[in-house]
Design a protein around this ligand. Structure first.
Ligand code: NAG
Ligand code: NAG
Length: 545
């Protein structure tokens, strides 16, 4: 007990020092921040990465004029001539305005199997709209006014094994439906888990696809396993203990931890893959109500971890080094989870959070307790309500947004933030080992389920600590990265090959790898493939399964 609290004391002391910038330069081995753009003209409320490495960013059309105008001929209906979406190129930091004419406020999305961004719902005239963005030169949004059966505001999406997208819930919607549009199915669990109609604490439910094809759905402090095909709740998990609400506006976050396929060769379709879910942060159920009286309750420090495939699942509860509400949980290519953005007090919503948490925290799922957390270098920019984070293919994390105000407001306590930053995790520190470089994927970048394939890479030192991961690009908003998943692939032989004359790399390797066996493990679509050597990932290479 004593040892544990002194560790925590040291960690919180570090965070105090970091917060005041005193150790920022010495701390670069704990990650590094870079301002990519002071302003992209809009606030990054929603972000998605496309297979051409561009990032689609958008906010909402009802928040007043943005700081970015559209070319005259593309002025939208509701808000003449102001853009509310951009395409950002992290490579050269250029961006161009895109046209959205119906409101995307608090909406959801997913990347389709064809690499097209599918965005669903929003507010007002946008609440039943499904929007499509197909990556190509000078493409723009296409809006389908009747894409959804019912309004979806604060819903969550997940790509399914058959390539469809399921959209779960939304404000006053205790049901789910699909894109392409078909029937609507009821889900009373979303009504049962509300704290109250006005402060639901279960919006943007955490939805993860389990390895048996069912949906794990977490809302407030409870979770179920849903057979969405037959509309049957097949399992009710124990309540996450501690009396903390985890979903909007008590906003915590959740990630499906790495699914390991190691040792489970592609032999068949029945092998068991274990899956674990992590839920972190959030706050007590009445935290939002208390802010009416000017009381900003400290956010929760706790995380719950649950093996959702277990016969007798039990939450393992652990503590983060820093309290946090509205933290994003982003899977790094190594399988570690970055917890970033948010505040130490208050809740999500307009002007109701205090004490921005500037330090990201790394969670290492394979370490033993209590050495799973590491406090990282702080940013200088508060990222509160309506902020986002997204893994880039180069292994950095793009961070943007924060608009805890009703409009674009640059004079409020926490002003509307139009900047984009990149956070380089500790593995990109120049002092860590150099990165492996993927040189080939054979027979090609189009994978089939069960397929054996070969990843060729080079390295300037020798190692046997090699693994291969595949990461699904997510759609992030409101502290939840929808559709995020990471698979650790099974490997066969690792062969060393001859160094080509003149190469500055001394070591050439080929890793025999196995694609996931079933779409329940990895729904069809695009993934970033990484080789990780001694904890340092290569740049990601886009593959498609
Ligand atoms: C956005 O536009 C407003 C109004 O023109 C201006 O006052 C403000 O400085 C701009 N902010 C940024 C971050 O560009
Ligand atoms: C910005 O926020 C401040 C503080 O909440 C408020 O007084 C002001 O009216 C807001 N301005 C706009 C333009 O909404």
């Amino acid at each position: 007990m004593e040892a544990k609290s002194s560790v925590l004391l040291v960690l919180s002391l570090c965070s105090v020092l970091f917060t005041f910038g005193g150790l920022a330069s010495q701390a670069s081995h704990n990650g590094k921040w870079k301002l990519l753009k002071k302003s992209i003209g809009i606030s990054a409320m929603h972000m998605a990465l496309l297979p051409n490495d561009k990032v689609i960013v958008f906010d909402r059309t009802d928040a007043g004029p943005s700081n970015l105008t559209l070319p005259q001929k593309r002025c939208g209906k509701d808000e003449i001539c102001y853009a509310h979406s951009v395409e950002f190129n992290p490579g050269n930091r250029n961006f161009r305005p895109l046209t959205i004419s119906t409101d995307t406020w608090c909406s959801s999305g997913a990347l389709s199997r064809n690499g097209e961004l599918i965005q669903t719902g929003g507010y007002g005239l946008g609440e039943r709209v499904v929007r499509h963005f197909k990556p190509c030169v000078n493409c723009d949004w296409k809006e389908d006014q009747n894409g959804l059966n019912v309004p979806r505001w604060y819903a969550s999406n997940q790509v399914l094994p058959d390539g469809r997208v399921v959209i779960v819930g939304g404000r006053f919607q205790f049901n789910y439906e699909f894109v392409p549009k078909s029937k609507i199915y009821s889900l009373p669990f979303l009504e049962e888990t509300r704290y109250s109609a006005f402060v639901p604490n279960n919006l943007y439910p955490f939805v993860h696809l389990a390895p048996n094809g069912n949906l794990f759905i977490f809302a407030n402090d409870r979770a179920i396993l849903l057979d969405y095909v037959n509309n049957v709740v097949v399992k009710r998990f124990p309540v996450l203990p501690g009396g903390v609400s985890r979903n909007y506006p008590s906003t915590g976050s959740s990630a499906l931890l790495p699914i390991s396929l190691v040792g489970q060769k592609s032999s068949g379709t029945n092998f068991p893959a274990e899956a674990e879910v992590l839920v972190c942060g959030g706050t007590v159920a009445d935290a939002n109500v208390k802010t009416d009286a000017g009381v900003f309750v400290p956010a929760s420090k706790t995380c719950g971890r649950l093996i959702i495939t277990s016969k007798h699942p039990r939450w393992e509860v652990e503590e983060m080094p820093i309290n946090r509400v509205m933290g994003d949980m982003i899977m790094l290519p190594t399988g570690d989870v970055l917890i970033i953005n948010g505040a130490a007090k208050g809740t999500a919503g307009w002007g109701v959070a205090r004490e921005p948490v500037l330090n990201p925290v790394l969670y290492k799922p394979w370490n033993k307790k209590p050495s799973r957390f590491e406090v990282l270098t702080p940013t200088t920019i508060p990222r509160l309500y309506h902020s986002t984070a997204h893994l880039l293919s180069d292994g950095r994390v793009l961070v943007g947004g924060s608009n805890p105000n009703a409009n674009y407001n640059f004079t409020a306590l926490y002003p509307t933030e139009l900047s984009l930053e990149a956070f380089s995790p500790p593995y990109l520190n120049p002092l860590s080992k150099s990165r492996p470089v993927i040189s080939s994927v054979k027979p090609g970048l189009e994978l089939r389920y069960v397929q054996k394939f070969y990843v060729g890479f080079r390295l300037n030192y020798e190692t046997d600590k090699i693994y291969v991961t595949m990461v699904a690009p997510s759609f992030t908003t409101h502290s939840f990265a929808m559709n995020q998943r990471l698979l650790v692939l099974d490997m066969g032989h690792v062969r060393k090959s001859k160094k080509p004359a003149g190469s500055k790399y001394n070591h050439y390797y080929t890793v025999e790898s196995y694609a996931p066996a079933r779409p329940e493990l990895a729904p069809p679509g695009y993934y970033l493939l990484f080789v990780v050597c001694d904890g340092v990932p290569s740049r990601g290479m886009w593959v498609r399964i």
